[in-house]
Design a protein around this ligand. Structure first.
Ligand code: TXA
Ligand code: MG
Length: 349
């Protein structure tokens, strides 16, 4: 494990170092060093058409990468930075193509993590995708990074991530041309909203709606097919398999789903409302299942989601049942993001 000074020294020398943020750990490189950036793609086995987020430590650093912002972007930044919100902005010419995967836009965020901000003061802007191998769940603990990249991988340990889910990714220019190629299905769509959410996260649609009309970017089926086969995605990460463990993930809405299972499984619950029952407790004890309950805390539920996925794989469980929270009476600002990640894990992409 590294000190902040040692992490900064290595990053300035062109090495790749894993860093903590409030969302998930990132695999960081100096935003001006092409070889280090390329190494991130190699280490992660990440497709080169999936762009990276630039992390900044102060607002002034934004001028290097992005053209002047609109009033709505400025207001959103003032409200949510530092925090779990990534803004996709028109990029300046000097931003390396390796970062943006050739798009005309660049994604930027200022993380809300004191050690990370301290590091960014010393290094300047860093690019960082989540510090996991492509296809595995994002790392919410330093040990998750080591499990993907090896015990000796350089990590700045900032403790367990407070949120445990990746940042909300938005654009406030839904109709800005992202590529020079205009033939994609996406390019022909016109959005009426002021803010388009590419990826839900801890900053949710309701909070953003204070600044304009908000819409989720949902690829329709035909567009989804186009995204898989062409370079027409406005946010290329959307087309790749994400957040899924090897174990099969299912919503748990009834204890009967646990009948006749051949092997013990993992049961992950938000709280002790249905399907939680005495017979569930009996089953867990009798059949050797592993039960985790977050005692009604959505924050804990989000924090532990990826950890639970990783635990299940490590301990060779083949199935994970998660309390069906989609119609849960309780609301939470994290609800959309958590449902999104679970649904991705269920469908396997
Ligand atoms: O919370 C987070 O955002 C974490 C921490 C480390 O900051 N990072 C993270 O990075 O989740 P990554 O690379 O796993 O996800 C970045 C997402 C991808 O879906 C990518 O396609 C999208 O942001 N993205 C990056 N640049 C973009 C751009 N110019 N336009 C649209 N989407 C972009
Ligand atoms: Mg990722």
């Amino acid at each position: 494990m590294l000190s902040t000074n040692e992490a900064a020294r290595r990053l300035k020398q062109g090495e790749v170092v894993a860093i903590p943020t409030e969302t998930v750990y990132g695999l960081a490189a100096d935003a001006s060093k092409l070889l280090a950036i390329q190494q991130i793609f190699t280490l992660k086995q990440r497709p080169s058409d999936n762009p990276l987020i630039i992390h900044i430590g102060c607002i002034n650093q934004l001028d290097e990468f992005s053209k002047p912002m609109t009033e709505i972007e400025l207001r959103i930044i003032r409200k949510f930075w530092p925090g779990p919100l990534t803004l996709v902005l028109p990029k300046k010419k000097n931003v390396l193509d390796a970062i943006t995967a050739g798009l005309e836009t660049v994604a930027v965020r200022m993380p809300n993590h004191s050690q990370c901000l301290n590091l960014l003061q010393k290094t300047g802007p860093l690019v960082a995708p989540s510090a996991n191998l492509s296809g595995t769940p994002s790392p919410s603990k330093a040990e998750h990074v080591l499990s993907d990249f090896g015990e000796n991988f350089p990590v700045l340990d900032g403790g367990d991530c407070a949120i445990g889910l990746e940042s909300t990714v938005i654009t406030c220019r839904p109709n800005y041309p992202t590529t020079n190629r205009q033939q994609s299905s996406y390019a022909s769509r016109k959005f009426q909203s002021d803010i388009l959410i590419y990826r839900p996260g801890a900053i949710n649609a309701k909070e953003l709606s204070e600044f304009g009309m908000v819409e989720y970017y949902i690829p329709s089926h035909s567009i989804k097919d186009t995204l898989r086969t062409s370079n027409g995605s406005p946010s290329p990460g959307l087309k790749y398999r994400h957040y899924a463990p090897k174990a099969r993930v299912e919503w748990l809405s009834d204890v009967e789903q646990l009948e006749n299972l051949r092997y013990p499984c993992v049961i992950f619950l938000l709280d002790k409302t249905p399907p939680y029952t005495q017979s569930l407790t009996d089953k867990v004890v009798n059949d050797g299942h592993s039960l985790l309950c977050c005692e009604g805390s959505w924050k804990r539920f989000g924090q532990l989601l990826y950890d639970t996925f990783r635990m299940a794989d490590k301990e060779n469980y083949t199935r994970i049942f998660i309390q069906d929270i989609r119609r849960h009476d309780a609301t939470s600002s994290l609800k959309d993001a958590i449902i999104n990640r679970i649904e991705k894990a269920i469908s396997g992409h």
